[in-house]
Design a protein around this ligand. Structure first.
Ligand code: ZN
Length: 342
């Protein structure tokens, strides 16, 4: 009996030693891997308390094409070069597919998860809004596969679309929000758009906690010099007056498949980037308000600081093709507050 007991305890102690060796080896291997691949293990910054916010925006990207992947690669390279990225905004037309999208459609992988998979891109949330190609269910229905994917934290849990329209605050400067972004569903009818305009008003006028910078993101353009210049959207009538009243700094949109920057007195600056991966559109009209037009694939990078907001357009070859700066010391909505820096 004693012999048996001794044998069992010898075996147990041997296993114990082996386990300790294995643990030490694995910790060492992880340490070495972290040493050689620090980016993969970087801890994402906490945008809630940051003094500076860096994000990318692009729309009309969900084609699954090589161009979409080329833009994604460029985004990863630019983030890696700057060593800063807090989140990405997807400006709608997230899935160009003929059939109905569900939460388990393979396109989640081929048009989102696997495309934006670099070390930086895989570590940040993607705030997404609906485009005209995403409205595969009636607007009166609250349930939408892109909202469900977000609510159920599916896939890599990076997809953020808690509702058809929502807002989020980023950064904190002595207790003040650095930037508030209101995300809209511009597929809405006139009545529904009026409800969302009211929502914008609540966030930017009624809310006692006012941000330093105000941004609204919607898929459709309000002003554009590209293919959609004649589109009769109800945004000019219902949304624009609220953006003006609230002194919104930037209206971010996609829909026109190119890159544009438009400055019109007493209106928000229009940053258009519908160049995320679907076939491109050329310039259709001339306007003195148009400061920059680029018919190429790419994305826009916004760097938000308390006194300055810089806007940099990049093409898919990672070239910074145009830059602007907005200065907080200026009065909002004055066109001369915009400074072209190249
Ligand atoms: Zn569109």
């Amino acid at each position: 009996m004693k012999q048996l007991f001794n044998r069992i305890s010898a075996l147990l102690s041997k296993r114990w030693v082996i386990s300790i060796i294995l643990i030490v080896l694995s910790v060492g291997a992880i340490g070495l891997h972290r040493y050689f691949h620090p980016d993969i293990y970087r801890i994402p910054s906490n945008p809630d308390n940051a003094q500076e916010i860096n994000f990318f925006a692009l729309g009309d990207q969900g084609s699954g094409s090589l161009d979409q992947r080329a833009v994604a690669d460029a985004m990863e390279k630019v983030a890696s070069k700057n060593k800063k990225l807090d989140f990405v905004v997807l400006l709608g037309d997230n899935f160009y597919i003929d059939k109905k999208l569900t939460e388990s459609s393979p396109e989640w992988n081929t048009m989102f998860e696997e495309v934006y998979s670099g070390a930086y891109l895989s570590a940040v949330p993607f705030y997404a809004i609906l485009g005209n190609h995403d409205k595969d269910l009636s607007l009166s229905q609250a349930r939408h596969p892109e909202i469900e994917y977000s609510k159920k934290a599916l896939g890599s849990n990076r997809w953020r679309m808690p509702a058809r329209y929502f807002h989020s605050d980023f950064g904190n400067i002595n207790g003040r929000v650095l930037v508030r972004i209101v995300f809209l569903d511009t597929n809405a009818s006139a009545d529904e758009m009026a409800t969302q305009a009211k929502y914008v008003r609540e966030q930017f006028i009624k809310n006692p906690v006012q941000p330093i910078w105000k941004i609204v993101a919607g898929h459709h353009t309000i002003r554009t010099c590209g293919k959609h210049f004649e589109d009769k959207t109800n945004l000019v009538k219902t949304l624009l007056p609220v953006l003006q009243e609230a002194k919104v700094d930037i209206y971010l949109s996609g829909h026109d498949h190119n890159q544009q920057f438009i400055v019109k007195d007493n209106e928000p600056r229009y940053v258009i980037n519908g160049a995320g991966g679907k076939s491109l559109y050329s310039q259709k009209i001339h306007s003195d308000d148009l400061r920059f037009f680029n018919e190429d694939y790419g994305f826009v990078r916004l760097k938000v600081k308390p006194t300055k907001l810089s806007i940099k357009f990049y093409n898919k070859s990672t070239e910074n093709v145009w830059s602007h700066e907005l200065l907080r010391t200026c009065d909002s909505l004055k066109s001369d507050c915009t400074k072209s820096v190249n």
